[in-house]
Design a protein around this ligand. Structure first.
Ligand code: NAD
Length: 331
């Protein structure tokens, strides 16, 4: 199948290239993001392959469908960037990679927790400058602390297993409870109770109209004073303005982000020579208790291999008219 691959990076060519080519697909590598101003690049292609910050509103899906688009293959789990209603109306299948390596993201979330707790980001610089003082680096034992996991799907469950190993007390909030998490001793509670009791709150639910800015000023006000907030889900799960207020008044004791609401304008590119125009993002960087990574939680060798295999498999299943187990449907 002829596939226009948007947001191509060197690692996509390395991992997806050989696997998809061996499966008989012809990939055309495109570096731009798919958006209203770039969709013409894919005109006439039966398939597009896209990533987290490609934009597929009705104004992109519609014209592409008229030009012969039949399938959208996401190289990721989240699908909040696709207008599913329009895709369905136009008969365009949307396929995703539901599970590539939940370990990659769960382990990264733990990395953020530990780094913030033990101030590793500060210690790294201090030691390099010959400053071996410990003031300001005081942390806490993870053992015995309460961690609230919002969204106990694949990643949330994997994280729960790791934190169980640390000896943490686990609270969960999800619209569907996970027996695997309950077996670990997780207690499911309403979101307000989770926020009130957790020393660390970590977000692992998808971005939907129901979860959009679920961590707003009100939710932050319900959190334990000085608690840590981790977001490796999607940027818009939190209201950045409210989080900045929470950091300023100490209600949020530490913030670890791998995703940011306006990340499409920043992430995945080297902008070190540019003046960054996003004042909100730059304000976040000024806090000593904030650690931000640029949407790299998924970025492991295992995850990239798994994403490539699943994406090629999705395209092949579609081409052969087989069962589309990874099809995304509007709820
Ligand atoms: P999953 O579908 O296995 O689990 C999501 C869980 O969220 C499910 O248990 C679901 O019931 C729950 N949920 C849905 N709506 C909810 C709501 N309103 N309130 C509470 N819980 C709700 O997905 P996953 O593989 O665990 O991934 C979770 C999210 O992580 C993805 O949607 C994606 O946005 C994000 N993600 C980020 C990265 C990264 O690199 N940072 C990588 C992969 C996934």
């Amino acid at each position: 199948m002829r596939v226009a691959v948007f947001s191509t990076k060197q690692y996509d060519r390395k991992y997806l290239g050989p696997i998809a080519t061996a499966a008989g697909h012809e990939l055309v590598w495109l570096e731009p993001r798919l958006a209203v101003d770039s969709w013409l690049l894919a005109a006439g292609f039966p398939a597009v392959c896209v990533f987290v910050n490609d934009q597929l509103p009705a104004s992109v899906i519609g014209p592409l469908a008229e030009q012969g688009l039949k399938v959208i293959a996401l190289r990721c789990a989240g699908f909040n960037n696709v207008d599913l209603e329009e895709a369905e109306r136009r008969g365009v299948a949307v396929l995703r990679v539901p599970a590539y390596s939940p370990h990659a993201v769960a382990e990264h979330a733990v990395g953020l927790m530990l780094a913030l707790n033990r101030r590793l980001h500060k210690a790294y610089n201090r030691v390099r400058e010959g400053n071996f003082a410990l003031d300001g680096l005081l942390g806490f034992d993870m053992h015995g602390r309460t961690v609230g996991i919002v969204g106990t799907g694949l990643i949330g469950q994997t994280l729960a297993k790791i934190l169980h190993g640390f000896g943490c007390r686990l609270l969960g909030y999800d619209v569907r409870e996970s027996p695997a998490c309950r077996d670990l001793g997780m207690k499911y509670v309403p979101i307000d109770e989770l926020l009130a009791q957790s020393d660390i709150v970590t977000l692992h639910c998808p971005l939907t109209p129901q979860t959009h800015r679920m961590i707003n000023g009100e939710a932050i006000g319900r959190m334990k004073s000085g608690a840590m907030l981790i977001n490796t889900g999607r940027g818009a799960l939190i209201d950045t303005h409210a989080v900045i207020q929470g950091l300023k008044n100490g209600q949020i004791g530490a913030l670890g982000l791998d995703v940011y609401e306006e990340e499409a304008k920043l992430f995945f590119e080297d902008r070190s020579g540019e003046v960054i125009q996003d004042d909100l993002f730059m304000r976040l960087l000024t806090f000593p208790n904030v650690l931000i990574t640029g949407h790299q939680a998924f970025f492991t060798q295992e995850a990239l291999t798994s994403i490539a295999e699943a994406t090629a498999g999705n395209l092949t299943a579609f081409e052969r008219g087989g069962e589309l187990t990874n099809r995304v449907k509007k709820l």
